[in-house]
Structures are given as C-alpha cells and as structure tokens.
Write a protein that binds this ligand. Structure first.
Ligand code: SF4
Length: 228
C-alpha cells in the first residue's frame, strides 16, 4: 500500500473552508515565533506503518502541535502523554516525538485523526467530521489486512469511527455501543477489537480524569490483544 500517494493527496485537501482558513492563519502568525523551524499548516498525515496491527484514532491535530510539526500528536502536551505511554508498553521506540527525523518509530501501530486539520479550540464541527471521513476510511482500508485492535481516544473519535468502519467494509454490530473508557466492542467476522479510552487532553490529564496508569493499561492490553 502506498501511504506516500495517500499523504500527498490529503496534504492538499481544502474541503473545509473554516479549517483551511484557521490552519493557514495560525501558521502565518506563528511561523515568525518558530522561525528556525518549518511550520506545517496543512492536513496532518497519519503516523505509523501501513501494516499496523493497532490503530489509534485521535480527534484532530492541535494548532501548535501537529499543525506546526506535521506529525500527529507531536509538539503538544497530549502527544507527550500518548508517546510516553506507547513507549512504556513497548509500542514506540522512543518516549518523545518531536518532528520528522527524530528517530521515533511505531513498529506495529498507526496513529490517525478523525479530522485531519487543526480546528479552532480543538473543536471540529460535525460537518467537518463528516467531510474528513473519506481519509479515515482510506486508513481503515489500508490497515485492514493486519488490523487487530483500534484504540479510540474520546467520544468524538468514537462517533466518527463507526460509519467509517462500515464504509471501509468492516461489519459493525448493531445497535451502536456508547463510548466509555475501557469499553470494548468486537467486530463480527474479523475479530478486530475496538477499545474506548479517554483522550489524554490537557483538561483530562490536569483533572486526573485520565492518568498514566490508565493509558498504560489500555495500550498494554491493546498490545497483548494484538500480539505485538
Ligand atoms: Fe480536508 Fe479533512 Fe482538512 Fe477538511 S479536515 S480540509 S476534509 S483534510
């Protein structure tokens, strides 16, 4: 599977006028502050191999995180929590993620976002979620031959995932199961497990709604289920 061609097509997507404006405005204003580094300011690609056994579905890139560095969950506090946990359970080669060329690798895991452009206040609209679904569908098709576990970070991504799974040809049990931390759903036929996890957003980590132990438990059990 050619992730390069997929990334190239997505990187020029302009389907959501509000998000295109925002990602470019933020980039234009902030390029000055990060003058020594390139500032991405475009849709953010998925990170990890096409033959991943574990797929992690996040919400959307952060304005000064993925939108700046061009790598999902990279350059912001949520990403610091996520990569540190993935490293503790053996799913990431390094505990931190900075930018392309830092040596970070996820040998069996691919991280994707429900919405690929940074939204104002980290809140995409439902129309933007639906407009971005084709890119999520492509990722679900890409990993299908090897996929064992999908870890979904937060209720927004959980809602975005189910129609995308259906469009990608997975069978999905009815009725839909509501999002919950630790909720598990098995997809009929494939045995793929979908697991809910609170998003490691600053709000959730500050308030203790999600802790390092909680993340390590979810990702450790995902690694065990996926036999990584
Ligand atoms: Fe395109 Fe998705 Fe960005 Fe909308 S959020 S412009 S659909 S890549």
């Amino acid at each position: 599977a050619d992730t390069g061609a997929l990334d190239a097509r997505m990187s020029v997507c302009r389907a959501c006028p509000r998000l295109v404006r925002w990602r470019e405005e933020v980039a234009a204003v902030r390029r000055a502050a990060y003058a020594d580094q390139p500032y991405w300011g475009r849709p953010v690609s998925s990170f990890g191999p096409a033959d991943a056994r574990i797929l992690i579905v996040g919400l959307a890139p952060a304005a000064h995180g993925g939108n700046r560095t061009g790598r999902i969950f990279t350059g912001d506090r949520s990403g610091d929590w996520l990569f540190a946990s993935l490293h503790r359970v053996g799913l990431a080669t390094r505990a931190t993620s900075h930018s392309a060329g830092d040596g970070q690798r996820l040998p069996a895991t691919r991280i994707v976002a429900a919405v690929r452009c940074a939204p104002p206040a980290n809140k995409p609209t439902t129309a933007e979620r639906d407009a971005c679904r084709p890119w999520l569908v492509r990722d679900l098709e890409l990993v299908r031959p090897t996929l064992r576990v999908v870890v979904v970070l937060g209720g927004f991504a959980w809602t975005a995932l189910w129609p995308a799974l259906e469009q990608a040809g997975y069978s999905v049990p009815a009725p839909r199961v509501p999002f919950g931390h630790g909720t598990r759903v098995e997809l009929p036929g494939t045995g793929v497990r979908v697991v809910g996890c609170y998003h490691p957003s600053q709000q959730n980590t500050f308030t203790g709604r999600v802790t390092e132990v909680m993340l390590d438990t979810v990702f450790g059990s995902a690694a065990a289920l996926a036999e990584v």
